[in-house]
Design a binder for this molecule. Structure first.
Ligand SMILES: [Zn+2]
Length: 387
């Protein structure tokens, strides 16, 4: 596999062995004292030691920071900021899944600012409070194919005191260099491969369905969906298939690039259920996907007609896309209902109220009311038979 080099939406080197480009990437960004940010699970894997060795062999003074939990907290960011400042670091290597990448980006943004990280919550023009020159450069190496955080301009950080997830945003939070190396994702177990891959699909599908004029996002989303169609079943059945793993990493970056246009009801409900039930984000989107698409069909039929043709599906329009999604979900072991993962309809009213207020709700092609969100959620709990 040869390496590809792209500069949209940021500089990306993609291919097996891209990890070896880490010292070059540090050098070209002027980083000589990188802080390697990851989670404890990844820190224990050989890939972390390989990354450290590569840096040290090139004379870089690298320090490991792995005090990052799943759903990273403000405390994680504060601890990272202290290590970053005390160690006189000048850049960050972000290695891991969405949580590690998000935490790393938040450290890069806030370590040297006089404001604490919460001041950069994605509200109005809060981000202008940050001094751009003080934002540290980030090199991102994703180890899962789903969130696409490596090309994102935001981080989701949990404010433990307020018990809520806060979106931290700055346009310069996009990593300066992304290394998409399929070798880093080979060890992902099938169920995580499936759930994260379906998250990537949900990003592209929701971005495509979101109203608004953004042909670039639509084009990226459409091809991102095709890459999932062609490769997710393969990586689910054969996790060692490097080529298919590569395509899923690209599909993940494409999904997150496309969703700058907007997300929709899948994510509005998934964010809500993630907060209430602590269920896996990608798995929630995967289960919700057909219910939300069906509910949106009156507004997305034309787009689904084009998509069905592009994917070369049997049949046409929303019916064809829906049938494909149902088949794909079955093939990669995604349950059909929320009840299958232990979620009941008991809190339907609360879920509806929270979902309608989620920032992602604004991207849905139909402005569902809280009551409609409750009904949609209840349907996904109980299940619907489309056959
Ligand atoms: Zn998502």
């Amino acid at each position: 596999m040869s390496l590809s080099s792209w500069n949209y939406p940021t500089a990306i080197i993609a291919g097996s062995g891209a990890l070896n480009k880490l010292p070059d990437a540090c050098q070209s960004l002027g980083i000589i004292r990188p802080l390697l940010v990851t989670d404890p699970g990844i820190a224990a894997l050989p890939m972390t030691q390989t990354a450290i060795n590569l840096c040290e062999e090139s004379g870089l003074s690298v320090t490991l920071f792995s005090d990052v939990q799943g759903n990273p907290t403000g405390e994680n960011v504060a601890a990272g900021n202290k290590v970053f400042v005390d160690g006189h670091h000048d850049g960050i290597i972000a290695l891991g899944g969405g949580s590690a990448l998000d935490c790393a980006k938040a450290i890069a943004l806030s370590a040297h600012q006089k404001h604490e990280v919460w001041q950069f919550e994605d509200i109005g023009d809060n981000w202008t409070l940050a001094v751009p020159d003080l934002i540290a450069p980030v090199i991102a190496l994703p180890t899962t194919a789903g969130t696409g955080s490596e090309v994102g301009r935001a981080s989701v950080i949990t404010n433990s005191a307020e018990q809520r997830k806060v979106i931290i945003f700055h346009p310069d939070m996009v990593p300066k260099q992304v290394l998409l190396d399929p070798d880093l994702t080979l060890a992902l177990p099938p169920h995580i491969t499936a759930a994260t891959g379906m998250d990537a699909l949900s990003h592209s599908l929701e971005a495509l369905c979101a109203p608004g004029y953004h042909p670039m996002a639509d084009g990226i989303a459409t091809e991102g969906i095709r890459l999932v169609q062609q490769n997710l079943p393969t990586v689910f059945h054969n996790g060692a298939d490097k080529e298919a793993r590569m395509q899923m990493l690209v599909a993940s970056s494409m999904g997150a690039t496309a969703f700058q246009k907007g997300l929709g009801a899948m994510h509005a409900i998934a964010h809500t259920l993630g907060a209430l039930y602590n269920a896996h984000h990608g798995l929630l989107n995967a289960i919700l996907m057909p219910y939300v698409l069906d509910a949106n069909r009156s507004e997305v039929e034309q787009k689904m007609e084009r998509l069905a043709r592009y994917l070369d599906l049997d049949g046409s329009g929303t019916d064809a896309v829906l049938a494909w999604i149902l088949t794909l979900r079955r093939e990669v072991g995604i349950p059909h209902t929320l009840a299958d993962i232990g979620i009941t309809a008991e809190e339907a009213e609360r879920v509806g109220k929270m979902a309608v207020n989620d920032p992602s709700a604004g991207g849905n092609p139909i402005s569902f009311t809280a009551e409609q969100y409750s009904q949609l959620f209840t349907l996904a709990v109980n299940g619907k038979d489309w056959s």
